[in-house]
Design a protein around this ligand. Structure first.
Ligand code: NAP
Length: 274
């Protein structure tokens, strides 16, 4: 339905309740999005689907996957789902095999999963928390890209996006180790993009500011926390997941065909870099 209309263009309501056109610039593409049954990942899966891609959604819990697939399918999008904890090698293998078996290949990988098991300054982090953060946020992003690469190469080109954070540029004092893990993704983006540029495989990164999701609940649940967080954002509001999804859709589309190794910041003006 929506996708069929999307062959030309479809009218959707965006997060700011403005009418916008979803293009069909991802028609014929197959996208794998990790951690995509809620929050930013779900919004990315939805947006890529609205732009014509066939999308494989995944997360740790079967029931969340089933719910997301049901919702996206009912919206007329071409999606499949599979359980995938990104730190589980068998799950990652099954994820890519699902995409190939169901849709015939992989053009786009969005690596979106991250954890933050502890709150505190970087040098107060426990070794266990540091290991977990670096395993899921950095090592699994690397492994997902490495394992998706042979499939993307078969398509003679494609696109990888890592979801980082504004905290990777300007560390959040209470998210010390997490912030460092997000900085590492900028390096991974740069290194992989240079290696793959001549193969027509682009590697980019999105660095969201504070987005209203379960992950950031501590920053917007109570009035006091919300006020403190909003005082750090020049636009004086949190982002909606759809506002990050739009950036990601741009990066994986042909509109970004000459962009690789870059990070786009969507932070409502929060300080980042020159
Ligand atoms: P979220 O709303 O809490 O959504 C988390 C999603 O990830 C759920 O679908 C969850 O489903 C899945 N998930 C969690 N751990 C997983 C794992 N190990 N393997 C696979 N799936 C997993 O989180 P979010 O705010 O959208 O965050 C998404 C990304 O954006 C993260 O990389 C985060 O660092 C980044 N980010 C967020 C913000 C923010 O303010 N929210 C700001 C900057 C960057 P299951 O429970 O079923 O696994």
């Amino acid at each position: 339905m929506l996708r069929a209309i999307g062959q030309s263009s479809a009218t959707i309501m965006n997060s700011r309740n403005l009418c916008s056109k979803a293009s069909s610039r991802l028609q014929g593409k197959v996208a794998v999005v990790t951690a995509s049954t809620d929050g930013i990942g779900y919004a990315i899966a939805e947006r890529l689907g609205q732009e014509g891609a066939k999308v494989v959604v995944s997360s740790r819990k079967e029931q969340n996957v089933a719910k997301a697939v049901d919702k996206l399918s009912k919206a007329g999008l071409d999606v499949a789902g599979i359980k995938c904890h990104v730190a589980n090698a068998a799950d990652r293998k099954a994820l890519f095999e699902k995409a190939v078996q169901k849709y015939g290949g992989i053009d786009i990988l969005v690596s979106n999963a991250a954890v933050n098991p502890e709150v505190g300054a970087v040098l107060d982090a426990s070794e266990a928390a540091w290991d977990k953060i670096f395993e899921v946020n950095v090592k699994c992003s690397f492994l997902l890209a490495k394992e998706a690469l042979p499939y993307i190469r078969q398509r003679k080109g494609g696109s990888i996006v890592f979801v980082s954070s504004i905290a990777g540029f300007q560390p959040f004092s209470l998210l010390g180790a997490y912030s460092v893990s997000k900085t590492a993704l900028f390096g991974l983006t740069k290194a992989a993009s240079q290696d793959l540029a001549s193969e027509n495989i682009r590697v980019n990164c999105v660095a969201p500011g504070i987005v209203k999701t379960r992950f950031s609940a501590a920053l917007h649940e109570s009035e006091g926390a919300q006020e403190a967080a909003l005082s750090t954002i020049p636009m004086k509001r949190f982002a909606e997941p759809k506002e990050i999804a739009g950036v990601c859709a741009f990066l994986v589309s042909n509109d970004a065909s000459y962009i690789t190794g870059e990070t786009i910041i969507a932070s409502g003006g929060m300080p980042s870099r020159l």
